[in-house]
Design a protein around this ligand. Structure first.
Ligand code: GLN
Length: 247
């Protein structure tokens, strides 16, 4: 089987609430199946990578200040990322990373941080830093082909608007805007979400959707993933579902 290649961008700047843990989960699940997984890092001043040579590009979340710091560098990568996305590289984006793939993020001080404009949504934070969407969140997504409940933790001021194809519907928590019905953005090769946690630790189906996508990218015959014993992961998720959804 081919080696899965992942590019983790700005791990040193955008890594809130265990976002880097998502890379550990993917690498662990690949290792259990004997799939080679190479994770490279890119940050400000790294040499410009060949983005389309990666099966997956990952960007975590960050505070407004970190988003400002990486913004100019991210814009330099625009052409490469757009090209990779068009060639089928998977984009996995958490919170601040999600916001910066849209048109812009207007931060709590009213400064516009230009996004890559890859997608049509935009994000505006309220002027007051006290008005934030903070807490546990449960959504239901169908990206894997069947309904899956996904649990995580959100902490964002940004209210993301004009999202055409959300990642899931909100069962508990806020989502794209305060008390909104929809959460995140998705396409076949994009998952953009406000869920930290790290998101993948209690949601093995989402990890496997991405691993399966990467393993099959460019292959003519479909490769199925060996199933793993996810008893512990699912029990952890169930604790949260019981706590949050049962009245
Ligand atoms: N700074 C952004 C906001 O507050 C993103 C936060 C995050 O990545 N958790 O909306």
């Amino acid at each position: 089987m081919k080696t899965i290649k992942i590019l983790h961008m700005y791990a040193d700047m955008l890594d809130l609430y265990g976002d880097s843990g998502n890379m550990e989960v993917i690498s662990f699940r690949c290792k259990k199946r004997g799939i080679e997984c190479q994770i490279d890092r890119y940050s400000i001043d790294s040499a410009m990578p060949d983005f389309s040579s990666y099966d997956l590009i990952y960007i975590g979340g960050g505070a407004d200040l970190e988003q400002q710091h990486i913004s100019a560098d991210l814009l330099k990568c625009r052409e490469g990322i757009v090209d990779a996305y068009k060639k089928g590289t998977f984009l996995f984006l958490i919170c601040g990373g999600y916001q910066l793939m849209g048109k812009y993020y207007r931060d709590a001080d009213g400064n516009d941080i230009k996004g890559l404009g890859l997608f049509d949504y935009f994000t505006v934070a309220p002027n007051s830093r006290r008005k934030r969407c903070i807490g546990n969140i449960v959504i239901e997504t169908e990206i894997t082909g069947k309904k899956v409940k996904v649990v995580g933790f959100e902490n964002h001021g940004g209210q993301t608007q004009e999202v055409k194809t959300p990642f899931g519907k909100v069962l508990y928590g806020n989502g794209n805007c305060s008390k909104s019905a929809a959460e995140g953005y998705c396409e076949k090769n994009v998952i953009a979400t406000y869920l930290h946690g790290p998101c993948l630790s209690k949601n093995p189906e989402i990890s496997d959707y991405m691993i399966g996508y990467c393993v099959n990218r460019g292959e003519s015959a479909k490769i199925s993933l060996e199933s793993l014993d996810d008893t512990l992961e699912k029990e952890c998720r169930q604790v949260m579902l019981d706590r949050l959804l049962k009245k």
